[in-house]
Design a protein around this ligand. Structure first.
Ligand code: NAP
Length: 516
């Protein structure tokens, strides 16, 4: 029914047409500043007096949107509404559900520049990072739609005489979706669409620093024909309403992406069985990382320097896959550092909504800004700051690229997730030592190895323990169904988003036998 899945292509913003389109979109979204967005519960739009003020991190005084903020009663109502709508939605034709996703993808494609600009304002993505984020969201919609059609015929079973046997998948129930702010379009749309297309009803609680892009996605799903009540939109503080939706006895599944601390709390709370609850909740938890790039003495050092700088500093180092540790063989350590510093010095920092099409924007908010600054201060004591304190504009949470060398493998900046533009460089004695350092954290999300030694690449396939491993390229930028994404250890439950196992996590298998 659908054509084969293909990932979306990016545009080149140095070309006139995309540049013009983007400038127009920036203008359009500028005109939407301060717009109000309601909650949506059971098909009803609810405007609350208490609002989330979504601010541009690169321009303190700019309010991107005012989003109604749910309280615990509304959170309870959203879960109940999702439960009420489950019976009929779970029985809709999987192909019909898939078509809604494909239609939503088409609408997003038509609005791609506006959605990109929204993220430039709301979370300070650069143009290309924002654009890539919308492409990824479109890919999730297109891919999960096709995946649902594939899985709707269940799995084959071994024939058994005198019986008809079948194995099919059915939805789980009410799914609570809790995305992070850093991929506020792609991850939010990916988790939500996976839950919907598999026949679950959803309570979507967006990140409080990025609710506007989520509100636009909810509008798009409605325009694509998603019936009322199936997707409940519940912006609100995770600290205030998170427990209500996670612990609710009618909640069946929680799909979360965010920090390890919050993820572990959800894991624990979801494990407790509450009064009137008749199932064990399932959790899909994708959490933090302390990702690294390992460079050995045989590597192409220019390629490694390009990859490390991009993976460490694009989107201000705020990707779960960002390179926060560079592990360099002692023979090439000094020369690699020089090349990285030279490249990082050329990076431009500023308000990414501006036409200059800057490389780095602001970090997400004041707490993140303070936390990263504290880590830089710690890093200056733990190592040698070879690039720090560069000049940045006023008026936003700007932090320049920071590189700290001679860091011990067990130092705090080598072990703890900073989530900012801070790269710790660690010296390795040899390849074995490099691998040991790479695996020496509690996380296991992404990693890359630059090497031209074939047997080392082969060893790394087995011994480099990360969910997403890359050779001779950067450790960021996974594509849907090209590099299914998800980490090991404290990086999460290894639910590979954008992979062919993913939708099963949102369903349960049912075995049906009729004896003739
Ligand atoms: P976060 O602080 O953990 O927040 C994630 C989501 O959880 C937000 O929607 C937040 O809502 C909500 N939340 C907070 N407290 C909650 C509670 N007690 N109960 C229920 N929900 C609660 O993470 P973040 O700062 O948004 O995102 C950055 C983190 O995500 C990093 O650690 C990064 O590595 C990780 N990440 C991982 C992946 C992956 O695939 N492994 C991908 C992207 C990001 P509020 O905004 O209202 O607090």
């Amino acid at each position: 029914m659908f054509t084969p899945f293909r990932t979306e292509s990016y545009v080149d913003f140095s070309q006139n047409t995309p540049k013009r389109e983007m400038l127009h979109a920036v203008d359009t979204v500028s005109g939407q500043m301060g717009r109000e967005y309601p909650l949506r519960i059971g098909g009803e739009e609810i405007t609350t007096s208490d609002k989330i003020k979504s601010l541009n991190p690169a321009a303190y005084r700019q309010t991107v949107g005012l989003v109604s903020k749910a309280n615990a009663d509304q959170a309870d109502k959203a879960v109940r509404s999702a439960a009420d709508n489950l019976k009929w939605w779970s029985r809709t034709d999987p192909e019909a559900r898939a078509r809604i996703l494909v239609k939503a993808a088409a609408i997003m494609r038509r609005r791609i520049y506006e959605l990109t600009a929204t993220m430039c304002f709301e979370v300070s993505k650069s143009w290309i990072e924002g654009y890539a984020g919308v492409c990824e969201a479109i890919d999730f919609l297109e891919f999960y739609g096709r995946e649902m059609v594939r899985l709707s015929s269940g799995q084959p079973v071994t024939p058994y005489e005198g019986e008809e046997n079948e194995y099919r998948y059915i939805p789980l129930g009410v799914c609570v979706v809790i995305p992070p702010w850093n991929f506020p379009c792609a991850i939010m749309a990916g988790m939500t669409s996976a839950a919907l297309v598999t026949g679950n009803t959803v309570v979507l609680k967006p990140a409080s620093t990025a609710p506007v892009i989520a509100a636009k996605f909810v509008e798009i799903m409605k325009e694509a024909g998603l019936p009322e009540g199936v997707l409940n939109f519940l912006p609100g503080s995770g600290g205030a309403i998170g427990d209500t939706i996670v612990e609710h006895p009618l909640t069946r599944l929680i799909a979360f992406t965010g920090s390890m601390e919050v993820g572990l709390g959800i894991f624990e709370k979801a494990a407790k069985v509450h009064k009137d609850q008749i199932w064990l909740k399932r959790t899909v938890l994708e959490m933090g990382g302390k990702d690294c790039i390992v460079v050995d003495e045989t590597a192409d050092l220019d390629a490694a320097a390009d990859g490390a700088v991009n993976a460490a500093f694009s989107f201000q180092g705020q990707k779960c896959s960002a390179c926060s540790r560079l592990i360099a063989h002692r023979d090439i350590y000094d020369v690699l550092i020089d090349r990285i510093v030279d490249r990082a010095k050329t990076i431009t920092v500023g308000n990414t909504a501006a036409p200059e099409n800057l490389y780095m924007g602001a970090v997400i908010d004041e707490p993140a800004y303070q936390k990263i600054k504290e880590y830089i201060a710690i890093g200056k004591k733990e190592g040698r700051a070879v690039l720090a304190d560069g000049k940045v504009p006023d008026g936003g949470y700007f932090i320049p690229p920071t590189i700290i060398t001679d860091v011990d493998r067990n130092a705090r900046i080598a072990q703890e997730e900073i989530f900012g533009p801070v790269l710790a460089v660690i010296k390795a004695k040899d390849f074995d030592d490099g691998l040991e350092i790479a695996n020496g954290t509690i996380y296991g999300l992404t990693g890359a190895l630059y090497s031209n030694e074939r047997m080392r690449l082969e060893r790394a396939r087995h011994e480099f323990h990360v969910g997403n491993l890359y050779f001779n390229r950067k450790c960021t930028g996974a594509l849907v169904d090209v590099q299914p994404f998800g980490g090991f250890n404290m990086s999460g439950t290894d639910s590979k988003a954008g992979g062919r196992d993913y939708l099963q996590l949102f369903m349960q298998g049912k075995s049906i036998c009729e004896r003739w």
